[in-house]
Design a protein around this ligand. Structure first.
Ligand code: 5RP
Length: 220
């Protein structure tokens, strides 16, 4: 079974978690695209969605699903999003698509975060996937030097601007064995908007598409 088929299976399983009439949080990426399509095909009518990227908002609207601004809601019962890596504590690296800041905001607003992935995303230790951080453009060099000081190798994501008008640095080689500590530390650097570690607020439930079906996990 291809990764794409596994993503689709996980996405379809997440649709079963959606309460009709609710306002849901919707992340970003190819797995989430399957979720949006599966939600539309399911006939489950949500009141609206808060989207973590312009691309997801456009896709939701394309299916006739209303998109609301995050500021118009006080909370969301459910957030569905993918990940680039996820460990057994359901801590993640996210931001491969560059939507990490809005994803973190919508996740923070949500009571329950359901992460949907194909099985290649499950890892024993975070860090093979380069860690994205969103940075205010004028802080690029300063933040780059601080990353080197912390043991990482930053690389500018060429030709990419986030939905918030900022740049992304992808960090390789940094020790992420204490993800909560590292998430806080990176967020404290002046000019960093967000980093792609989702450890302070991990997922609550993981749905993994595999060749033998969808496997659910909660944090170990
Ligand atoms: C985007 C993300 C995505 O959730 C992550 O990159 C996974 O993407 P995909 O579902 O395409 O594999 O964090 O910023």
């Amino acid at each position: 079974m291809s990764a794409e088929t596994q993503k689709q299976a996980a996405a379809e399983a997440a649709v079963e978690k959606v309460q009709p009439g609710s306002i849901i949080g919707v992340g970003s990426g190819s797995t989430v695209n399957h979720f949006i399509d599966a939600l539309a095909a399911s006939g489950i009518e949500v009141e609206a969605a808060v989207a973590a990227s312009e691309a997801s908002a456009e896709r939701l609207r394309g299916h006739g699903i209303e998109v609301r601004d995050a500021n118009s809601v006080t909370g969301l019962a459910l957030y569905v999003d993918g990940a680039d890596e996820i460990n057994r504590h359901l801590q993640m690296i996210k931001g491969g698509g560059g939507a990490l800041t809005r994803e973190k905001i919508v996740a923070a607003l949500s009571e329950r975060f359901v992460c949907i992935v194909d099985e290649s995303k499950r890892v024993t230790a975070l860090g093979d996937f380069p860690l994205p951080i969103e940075v205010i453009p004028m802080a690029r060099s300063y933040v780059g030097r601080q990353i080197v000081r912390l043991g990482g190798r930053p690389e500018l994501r060429e030709g990419f601007t986030t939905d918030n008008g900022n740049i992304i640095l992808d960090i390789r080689g940094m020790d992420l064995s204490e993800p909560i500590h590292r998430e806080r530390e990176l967020n404290n650097l002046a000019g960093v908007v967000t980093n792609g570690l989702f450890a302070l607020r991990p997922a609550d439930e993981l749905l993994v598409g595999t060749d033998t079906g969808v496997q659910p996990f909660t944090a170990a």
